[in-house]
Write a protein that binds this ligand. Structure first.
Ligand code: HAM
Length: 434
């Protein structure tokens, strides 16, 4: 028999893992609400051109990692699964005329992204991002708000020691001359460059700056720095971002080699790492400003900034730190309905249905096992109550057993939901009332 497995670089999140996962999703949802970023949902695939124009044709993400979809008919369009959310969100911003809404338009999204990358720890072909975008504000105050929000995601999730690496990569005025200067610098030292970097030099020279190849360290240390070459407007913007970050006490480290792997960035660029791990580890999250992207995708010139947090990497980092959030316990049912007559599944199902209608997390034992086994399974589920259906049912009563307390009493079916809710709430507030 053929056995089937999840595709390479993808994985199943099983119920034991989804408790921590769901908690993270709730946490980022709540943060988005608190900061006023409204939910947007865009399709998981877009026209390839959205990514080619948006992310950039000469980026790893588009050149090597795009999951292209083979069209079934000749509709004259080609699509790809989204490798990242920003290009699709900006496409939606233009398509739906969000330029006429009050600016900035603040949006948030959580969902799966797809990159045909070489799978390894923390690098998947399907992974999740929490993404926020503020479109229509040139900054610099919003830059600081966004960076602080990203930083807070990690802190609130319980991850310690997360550092913000910050840079400005200039704009269309100051970056081209800098790129030319940098290209000359590396060309003059091409003999010292590893083959891969020599190849990149002619295609995307900025990427050499954040090369992880140890052979590049010495060459990069002496390379001209973008932050020394910023035009007056970019330098002023960058100083503004830092002043706002200082004012709200977000610690950051200036990292002139930080250039990011997507072409749409201008000015502010940042990444989040567990301090001391930036050499070996991939970023936990990152983002930056993209003042030319709306125009590239057909809209009026409009500034924007955002970031993406990799939820898979956040969970891995929490596990590495053995943080409580990594072991989110699954909530058991409040009540399990069991019965002395193994065959009377009707009564058990009916009572559980009524409890659920009343808003109580309940399940019924629907197998035909003996009462002792049914009670064992209720305890294994860490239920608070067992509702025991027995002879009293004729008189409209059941036994209600408080499993942790080991107490039991007769309750009228008509009062059951109220009694379970009351006792459960009292238990949760630590006011045991018996
Ligand atoms: P990015 O740096 O390409 O930026 O991805 C953001 C985060 O997604 C990374 O820091 C990482 O945590 C996670 N990530 C990326 N690739 C993988 C992978 N193969 N497996 C697991 N996690 C991964 C963006 O995508 C930009 N759209 C961020 C942004 C929003 N910039 C402005 N607005």
């Amino acid at each position: 028999m053929t056995t089937y497995r999840a595709a390479r670089g993808t994985r199943d999140l099983l119920p034991g893992e989804t408790a921590a996962w769901t908690r993270l999703e709730r946490l980022v949802d709540d943060l988005a609400d608190r900061y006023g970023y409204r939910r947007i949902v865009t399709p998981m695939f877009e026209q390839v051109a959205v990514f080619e124009r948006g992310v950039g044709e000469v980026t790893d993400i588009v050149e090597k990692e795009l999951f292209r979809i083979a069209p079934r008919t000749d509709e004259g369009e080609s699509w790809a699964l989204r490798p990242e959310p920003t290009a699709g969100i900006v496409r939606a911003y233009v398509q739906h005329g969000m330029q006429t809404w009050p600016q900035p338009v603040k949006l948030a999204m959580t969902g799966p992204m797809f990159r045909y990358d070489r799978p390894q720890a923390g690098r998947y072909r399907q992974f999740w991002q929490f993404d926020v975008e503020a479109i229509g504000d040139p900054g610099p105050a919003i830059d600081a708000e966004i960076i602080e929000l990203g930083h807070r995601v990690y802190a609130d999730a319980g991850l310690t020691g997360v550092e913000v690496l910050l840079n400005s990569i200039g704009d269309l005025a100051c970056r081209p001359p800098y790129v030319a200067e940098l290209t000359d610098y590396y060309r003059a030292r091409s003999g010292e460059l590893p083959v891969l970097e020599r190849d990149r030099l002619e295609r995307n020279v900025l990427r050499l700056l954040d090369s992880k190849d140890p052979a590049m360290a010495a060459v990069n240390a002496k390379a001209p720095r973008i932050t020394d070459r910023l035009c007056a407007a970019c330098a002023e913007h960058f100083a503004g971002v830092r002043a706002h970050l200082d004012a709200i006490r977000v610690p950051y480290r200036l990292e002139p080699g930080l250039v990011r792997g997507l072409d749409y960035y201008t000015r502010t660029a940042f990444e989040f790492y567990v301090a001391g791990r930036e050499g070996q580890q991939q970023a936990l999250g990152g983002g930056g400003r993209y003042d030319g992207l709306v125009e590239l995708l057909g809209g009026r010139p409009t500034p924007g900034i955002g970031f993406g947090v990799g939820l898979d990497r956040l969970l891995l980092a929490l596990q590495e730190q053995d943080a409580p959030a990594a072991h989110g316990a699954e909530a058991g049912p409040t009540a399990v309905v069991v019965g002395a007559d193994p065959d009377d599944t009707v009564a058990r199902l009916r009572i559980a249905t009524d409890l659920r209608s009343a808003g109580i997390a309940a399940r019924a034992e629907l197998g035909r096992r003996k009462l002792g086994k049914q009670l064992e399974s209720a305890a294994r589920d860490r239920a608070h109550f067992a509702v025991i259906v027995g002879d009293e049912l004729g008189a409209g009563d059941v036994q209600l057993r408080d499993l942790p307390a080991g107490t039991q009493k007769v309750v009228a079916l008509a009062d059951l939901a109220r009694e379970v809710s009351r006792a459960h709430a009292a238990h949760r507030h630590g006011v045991e009332k018996g």
